[in-house]
Each structure stands twice: as structure tokens, then as C-alpha cells.
Design a protein around this ligand. Structure first.
Ligand code: S3P
Length: 446
């Protein structure tokens, strides 16, 4: 799990229009949480539409290692027999979370208030990412962390044997850190409080409430205050995982920039904490419509229709929108390169600590493809070259980052000369059917 084997280069070149329907996989964030909350419930949780990508499969394996029974039936439904809050057993071996920051950080939170010890590792990308942002608040509950210098994996967490609840204000906009604290709070007596000054994706709060925990969310002068009452008995659920808006971004963006395209991407969750990219594309003049808008399980859902949009213009992306589209800046920069004028993206320093430094990875690759990019510590700007104006003709590094690989392949579908990524293997972490889905729409990927 902690590597992707031999690099698999992939080349994208301009072909005909993209058309048809793109059925993207289940939401990665909700898939991780479904497995973890299922494992912390008493009884059987059933999950339909789980994302069967490497990241989520690593979380399924981890839940087994902590004692839950996790199986998949022939119809593709997943069954989790949970051990209850406080019921995690000590894993016999190292927990390998592969490429998954969400997986490792949420699981660390979920085990930190049980009297067990677990050691975590991951691939080269995950081993380079900061874990102190999670272990600092977990220490407030009484958990101890021993990792490599700089708070990197491999890392051992010694769970608190007499946990106390915590009150924590997030120092950065991170749903992973918020979720780790809330999951730790589950097995602490009394009320755990997390305060966020910028709203981040709220799946953990919503799902905890759905599983029967007492969760209160209040908007105050301090920010968004989330209060969880510890030691609930979580009730197992039947979950339909919505399709991932972050994966939908790739067929949508490709349709906007490939001449003549018209693509429908059905059943996409448009939770406002996730839908910032689509607002931004519409602000740029994209021909992107929401069809069949409806409510599913308390979340807004729509079919997205994206048509070739040769008249898009660069904009200043509102920084307050950053958290709601944080994973979508790489693909936005590809659309921006195909728009007229400059697109500025500010307040985005979190991009530097994702699966790769996403500002640097995109800037280096876009420049190699002939696009002008300026950058600073927490901002970057892309000079648009107009529809079909990107020269391309470059081989770029994916840096073990699925979204970087998919973004550059979409760039190659619209640029004058092909774009090759050195390794497309990481795409399997979040979107294992990407290549087949895109070639099914008419893309040329080899
Ligand atoms: C996620 C939160 C975000 C996002 C990641 C998924 C989650 O990370 O980038 O892909 O499911 O909670 P941060 O919490 O680091 O912003």
C-alpha cells in the first residue's frame, strides 16, 4: 500500500469533442467517514456507492485492524460490523494509510482516546505531510505522539487511558483536523468543542448527528462552534454515498475546454462547503448548468451539464471561497489557462501541504506547457491563453498526487501538442475509473 509500484506514464492529446454521461465514483470524504463511523457504531452499517479507491480501501483495512468486521458483498454493498465508541482493539501491525491524509488523520483521532497504541505510515507523499496539526489537539485529550522530526510519519500514537474532553480553535482551515478532534471527542466524557473561523466541509458533523451523536453547531462572533457530547452509543446507518464533486470537476473542466464538448455528470452533491469550484466556473462565464436540482439525504444534489465554453475570462477567485474548493485549484488553473486574461487565487497556503505542494506542482508543469504562472507563499496567478491557446508539448511530474495527474491530462486534451504525466498510477487513490470514463467520453489517453 505504501507505494504505487512502477511509474505509469500517460499521455493526453487533443481529439474530437467530448460527449455523453460521466458517472463519477462516490465521494472520498464521505466514504472514509462512513467506514470509520460504521466501525464506531454498535451493529451493522450498510454502505452503497462507497468509493473503491486505494485511499478508502486503506481505511477499510485499518478499521479491520482495530477490530471491526468490514466486508463487501457481490452486489458491491459494504457491510461494517462496528465495535462501538471506545471499542477499538490494539492493531497487531503498522497501519498503512497509503496516500490518504484524510484516512490517517481521522483514524488517529478516532483511536486517540482509547487505551491502545498504534503506529501509522503511508507512501512517500503521506510521509512528507505534517501530522502535528492533528497530534497537537489530540494531546489535549491526553494522547501522546511519537513521530519523525517535524511530526512526520511513521508515527506512533499512544491513546489516552483516561481521556478528558477538549476545547480547540482550529489554527488553519482544515476539515481533517476538525474531524480528528471530533472523533477523539467521541470517547471523552463531557463536551468537546471545536471552533473554526472559516467553514470547512461539514460531513463529519452531519454524519455524527445522523449516527445519533448529540452535535450542536452555532455561528457566533468567535466563528463556527461545534459542540459534541462524548460517549454516545452510535447507531448503525444505511448510507448512500453521493458522487464526488471533486472527481466530477475533471470531466466538467475537460468539457469546458475541449472544442465542441457537451457532457452530463449526473447526481453530484452540491453541499455548499464543497461546491465553490462550480460557482467560480460560472463566474468565469462557463456554460455550466445544474439540472434536476433535488434534495437527497438532506444534501442538495444536481446533474451538472458542461458545454464547451470558448469565451471564459479570468477572475479573482474570492479568498473566502477557498475552503469550499480547496481540492479543485489544480483543475481550475487548467481551465484558467484556457480562458482570456488572468486568474488570481489568493488565501490558498493550504495547497502547499496537500498530497504535493500543489501550487509548485501546477506552476512548474503549466510553465513547461507554455503558460505564465506567478506565485507567492499563499497565492498564485495564471495568465490565460484563450480557448485552445496552450502550446502543451511537455512531460510533467505528478508527484504522487492524483489531482495533479488528472489536471495535466485534462490540459493535454485541449492543448496544441500532447501533455504527458510521468506517473498516472496515483489516480487510483480517488478515481480508479478515470481513464475509462474519460476515453468513453472521447478523450485520447494513451
Ligand atoms: C478532506 C479535507 C481537506 C481536503 C481533503 C479531504 C476531508 O483537507 O483537501 O482532500 O475529507 O476532510 P484539509 O482538512 O487538510 O483541508
Amino acid at each position: 500500500m505504501s507505494g504505487h509500484g512502477d511509474p505509469r506514464p500517460m499521455r493526453a492529446e487533443r481529439g474530437g469533442a467530448l460527449s455523453g454521461e460521466a458517472h463519477v465514483p462516490g465521494d472520498k470524504s464521505i466514504s472514509h467517514r462512513s467506514l470509520i463511523l460504521g466501525a464506531l457504531s454498535v451493529g451493522e452499517t450498510r454502505i452503497r456507492g462507497l468509493l473503491e479507491g486505494e485511499d478508502v480501501l486503506a481505511t477499510a483495512a485499518a478499521m479491520r485492524a482495530f477490530g471491526a468486521e468490514v466486508t463487501r458483498d457481490d452486489a458491491g454493498e459494504w457491510h461494517v460490523h462496528g465495535v462501538g465508541v471506545g471499542g477499538f482493539g490494539e492493531p497487531e501491525d503498522v497501519i498503512d494509510c497509503g496516500n490518504a491524509g484524510t484516512g490517517v488523520r481521522l483514524i488517529m483521532g478516532a483511536m486517540a482516546t482509547s487505551p491502545i497504541t498504534a503506529t501509522f505510515t503511508g507512501d512517500a507523499s503521506l510521509r512528507s505531510r505534517p501530522m502535528g496539526r492533528v497530534t497537537d489537539p489530540l494531546a489535549l485529550f491526553g494522547a501522546k505522539a511519537h513521530g519523525r522530526t517535524g511530526g512526520r510519519l511513521p508515527m506512533t500514537i499512544v491513546g489516552a487511558s483516561s481521556p478528558v474532553p477538549a476545547r480547540y480553535t482550529l489554527p488553519m482551515a482544515s476539515a481533517q483536523v476538525k474531524s480528528a478532534v471530533l472523533l477523539a471527542g467521541l470517547n471523552a466524557p463531557g463536551e468537546t468543542v471545536v471552533i473554526e473561523t472559516e467553514a470547512t466541509r461539514d460531513h463529519t458533523e452531519r454524519m455524527l448527528a445522523g449516527f445519533g451523536a448529540a452535535v450542536r453547531v452555532e455561528d457566533t462572533n468567535e466563528g463556527r462552534v461545534i459542540t459534541l457530547t462524548g460517549q454516545p452509543e452510535l447507531r448503525p446507518q444505511s448510507i448512500d454515498v453521493p458522487r464526488d464533486p471533486s472527481s466530477a470537476a475533471f470531466p466538467v473542466a475537460a468539457a469546458l475546454i475541449v472544442e465542441g464538448s457537451d457532457v452530463l455528470v449526473p447526481n453530484i452533491g452540491l453541499n455548499p462547503t464543497r461546491a465553490g469550484l462550480y460557482e467560480t466556473l460560472r463566474d468565469m462565464g462557463a456554460d455550466l448548468t445544474y439540472e434536476n436540482i433535488r434534495d437527497e439525504g438532506g444534501e442538495p444534489v444536481a446533474d451538472l451539464r458542461a458545454r464547451y465554453s470558448p469565451d471564459m475570462v479570468g477572475i479573482e477567485v474570492p479568498p473566502e471561497r477557498a475552503a469550499s474548493m480547496i481540492d479543485e485549484y489544480p483543475i481550475l488553473s487548467v481551465v484558467a489557462a484556457n480562458a482570456r486574461g488572468r486568474t488570481s487565487m489568493h488565501g490558498v497556503k493550504e495547497l502547499r501541504v496537500k498530497e504535493s505542494d500543489r501550487i509548485d506542482a501546477m506552476a512548474v508543469g503549466l510553465r513547461a506547457a507554455g503558460v505564465t504562472v506567478d506565485e507567492g507563499p499563499d497565492w498564485w496567478e495564471v495568465e490565460g491563453m484563450g480557448a485552445g491557446g496552450v502550446p502543451g508539448g511537455a512531460t510533467v511530474e505528478a508527484r504522487l498526487d492524483h489531482r495533479i495527474a488528472m489536471s495535466f491530462l485534462c490540459l493535454g486534451m485541449a492543448s496544441q501538442k500532447p501533455v504527458t504525466v510521468d506517473d498516472a498510477a496515483p489516480i487510483a487513490t480517488s478515481f480508479p475509473i478515470f481513464t475509462g470514463l474519460m476515453t468513453g467520453l472521447g478523450a485520447r489517453l494513451t
